[in-house]
Design a protein around this ligand. Structure first.
Ligand code: 6R9
Length: 650
């Protein structure tokens, strides 16, 4: 495995440290250092204790069964995720507490108390049942960031249906692929979504995606209204508002689910062209995410938790829906873009709703840095008490900017490393216990054991990079890849037997802190979004002018990484600007706008090893203008020379 030496040396020189203040420590939910040791000595006892924070219809008998690489948690237990996130609060002391504070991009807003949320979820659950949805059926949800999105997810959970949320930025083709893979009969979408004042044509995309899939019913939330100008297909499409109007208002009993029943699928990119449906189950996932809110995010009843992610990604699933709501918290959910109508929109929201915890991505922080601190300074941010980041490694400068300009030097920052597959934060400080260092996610949370190993699976010396691994099962781990258990085994457990391989490189410092160095596989992280190089490549090679394509991520000051595509065209094709535009558009149509290549480089040939493997490392070196590494395995060294010259000219 190769580690970027420049990156390593910058990180090794980072020695600022920020211990928790006495004040923060004193009030923190987790403020006894002994929790780490206790959990390490007996992880099952720790997780069982955490699981008992949930409401179980029937208690579990076995904490964990590890049939490597298959884990099962809290066996014998029965519970329901929606009951835990909604009913137990709505029928209790939190009845009139705000569960979701929603802000629409145009400035409209809606507050749902736990009681109101319970009514909506029950109605939606009745609606789904009336359309024939049964326990175990998959429901695909393709919605903008509007309250109907968490309501739909929770309605599925309430009746034991499996939701598969597809991010609204995905194209019709990507949506279709996910519908087919999940074999969903129902699609919930909206006429359109608002983004920077413009519309995202969700219904039009759905119309293109649905034909010849198993979808029988499309439920359409009217969000934009007239202006969206949609056509409804007779016998297939019905407005959400119409169905909800007809749905019974009687409370609906939650389906008692086995702990290991599937809660949801969420597709994520891997190293092949086909996205993986990550499978999460009920008891383990909910235990993990609920614990995370109380431990890493120190959630209290008085908190207002603002997570800026989209629910279409795992961060939104865990830290807008299941985590905060299972813990009885108040979440702020924002529909639109951070710069609409002005660049102070997030700060306006923090001030307006008195957000106390803000969880966002390094790419957003770098954008705010570029815009300057004046936008944050024009708002009262004194309600904030804790900040968090996720999605990619945060560079120490961005961390310091966040600390100074948003946290005003007094809010701890939790840099949380995790993945769609892990369900919730795995490496992150407990803010009342762990001193933070800018750029490090610090150490594994209690009950999780991480290590950094070499090719042979042996722990590496501090300061030399290696593969990040998780050595023992944890409750919120993925259970399999939907419909492809072989892929699950090979991808995550193939390299080191029985040890989970996340696909990230990392190193430890002398204090045992983990520093994540980024992906070691061909997954590109653009603004915190995971995009498989192979997915973009297969989109490109489907274009009639393309013979071959190799796609890499190169470092980018704001996005973290940007996509560069090296393309060989077919005989006789002109490599002009028009073709560049057409190729970029082609990728947008196949995957979505977030996968649009930043640049397309035409190459007469791609550098390959003698066994015909494309040498992406070399392409990355070329794109980042670095001195080239080892080229001895190259079949034809002249290919690289000509590419280098050409890249400079471009
Ligand atoms: C939650 C989420 C997972 C990949 C992961 C890693 C990168 C996420 C990070 C981080 C460094 C952090 N990543 N958080 N890298 N520090 N705090 O983002 O899930 O979309 O599945 O992406 O993101 O490379 O492997 P997902």
């Amino acid at each position: 495995m190769t580690v970027d030496p420049e990156k390593l040396s910058t990180l090794l020189h980072e020695n600022r440290s920020f211990p928790p203040s006495e004040e923060f420590r004193a009030q923190a939910n987790f403020n006894d250092e002994a929790v780490y040791e206790k959990a390490a000595n007996d992880p099952e006892a720790y997780w069982a204790e955490q699981a008992n924070e949930l409401t179980w219809f029937e208690p579990f008998e076995t904490v964990c069964e590890w049939n490597s690489p298959h884990a099962a948690w809290f066996l014998g237990g029965k519970l329901n995720a929606a009951y835990n996130c909604v009913d137990r609060h709505a029928y209790g002391a939190r009845k009139n507490k705000a569960a979701i504070i929603w802000e629409g991009e145009p400035g409209d807003s809606r507050v749902l108390t736990y009681d109101m949320l319970r009514r909506e979820v029950d109605k939606a659950a009745h609606m789904l049942r009336s359309l024939g949805v049964q326990k175990g059926d998959r429901v695909t949800i393709y919605l903008p960031m509007i309250p109907e999105l968490p309501i739909s997810m929770l309605a599925c959970a309430k009746i034991g249906a499996v939701h598969s949320v597809v991010f609204g930025g995905f194209s019709a083709k990507a949506l279709r692929e996910r519908i087919v893979d999940a074999d969903s009969k129902i699609l919930i979408t909206a006429d359109a979504g608002w983004r920077r004042g413009g519309q995202i044509p969700l219904k039009a995309n759905a119309d293109e995606a649905v034909p010849d899939t198993p979808i029988e019913n499309v439920i359409v939330v009217k969000r934009v209204g007239e202006a969206a100008n949609v056509t409804m297909k007779e016998g297939r499409d019905t407005y959400w508002q119409e169905l909800m109007g007809k749905a019974p208002t009687t409370p609906l009993d939650a389906e008692p689910m086995d702990s290991e029943d599937i809660l949801f699928l969420l597709y994520t990119s891997g190293t092949t062209g086909k996205p993986k449906g990550i499978v999460h189950t009920t008891g383990g996932y909910l235990t993990g995410v609920n614990t995370s809110l109380r431990s890493v995010f120190d959630l209290k009843d008085s908190d207002v938790f603002f997570c800026t992610a989209d629910i279409g990604w795992v961060t939104g699933h865990t830290y807008i829906v299941y985590g905060p709501l299972s813990a009885g918290g108040t979440v702020v959910m924002y529909e639109g873009s951070p710069d609409y109508p002005g660049r102070d929109r997030f700060w306006d929201i923090v001030e307006k709703y008195g957000a106390t915890i803000l969880y966002t991505a390094p790419t957003s922080i770098r954008t705010f840095m570029k815009w300057g601190p004046q936008y944050a300074e024009s708002h009262d941010l004194s309600s904030l008490r804790l900040l968090g980041t996720v999605g990619e490694p945060i560079n120490p400068e961005a961390w310091m900017w966040f600390h100074e300009h948003i946290g005003k030097g007094r809010c701890p920052i939790v840099d949380t490393w995790w993945q769609t597959e892990t369900g919730c934060a795995m490496i992150a400080p407990l803010p009342g216990l762990v001193a933070t260092k800018p750029g490090s996610a610090t150490r594994a949370v209690p009950g999780v054991s991480v290590d950094i190993v070499d090719e042979n699976g042996n722990s590496v010396d501090p300061q030399s990079g290696g593969y990040l691994v998780i050595k023992k099962p944890w409750p919120s781990m993925l259970r399999t890849v939907w419909g492809d258990d072989e892929r699950f085994k090979n991808t995550y457990f193939g390299k080191f037997n029985g040890i989970y391989l996340p696909g990230d490189g990392a190193h430890l410092d002398e204090d045992g802190y983990v520093w994540i160095l980024g992906r070691i596989d061909d997954v590109i992280n653009v603004s915190g979004h995971r995009i498989g190089a192979a997915e973009v490549e297969s989109a490109l090679v489907a274009h009639p002018s393309v013979a071959e394509a190799a796609v890499i991520g190169r470092s980018h000051a704001i996005k973290g990484q940007a996509i560069t595509a090296f393309v060989t065209v077919r005989e006789g094709v002109d490599t002009n600007d028009e073709l560049v535009a057409s190729l970029k558009q082609y990728v947008v149509e196949k995957i979505g706008a977030m996968a649009r290549p930043e640049e397309i480089i035409f190459a007469a040939e791609l550098p390959k090893t003698r066994s015909a493997k494309i040498m992406r490392r070399l392409l990355r070196d070329i794109a980042e203008g670095r001195v080239l590494g080892d080229t001895t395995t190259l079949a034809d060294p002249s290919v690289v020379e000509s590419l280098k010259t050409q890249y400079k000219e471009d």
